[in-house]
Design a binder for this molecule. Sequence first.
Ligand SMILES: [Zn+2]
Length: 145
Amino acid sequence: MECEMCGSKSDKLRKVKIDGAILSVCPKCERFGTPVDNLRSYEDTSRRIVVPYVNVAVKPVSIPQKGAKSRKKDSDIENLEIVPEFADIIRLAREKTGMSQDEMADKLREKRTLISAIERGSIKPDIKTAKKIENLLKVKILEEF
Ligand SMILES: [Zn+2]
């Protein structure tokens, strides 16, 4: 191996950067340039291609629509509450009409299990359902407070 600076033979050539060129030089000529070992490894690192993880199947974020509808209803019903004895009132009124829980559920478009739970008093109907029940059974289970 020959030094690319002075041409002397050496087996200890090192790569240095001199005036922008990278030369293999002998230890005597090393001082004329900048060692490139460090530069090289730095360049290798920076050249490493990082493939960004691209999430192709991004689900569109569903923006909840502003519930103007339900909001209005809330304001309509905000002064109403279910009377405490609603369960008995509903059950007695339904039995008086001869309706089964199934039939009542059908007419209210609710599940029979809900009607059953309401009549047991284990579920308090919401105001909307209570109004439907009032209309269907001609009872009063809502009161203003
Ligand atoms: Zn040399």
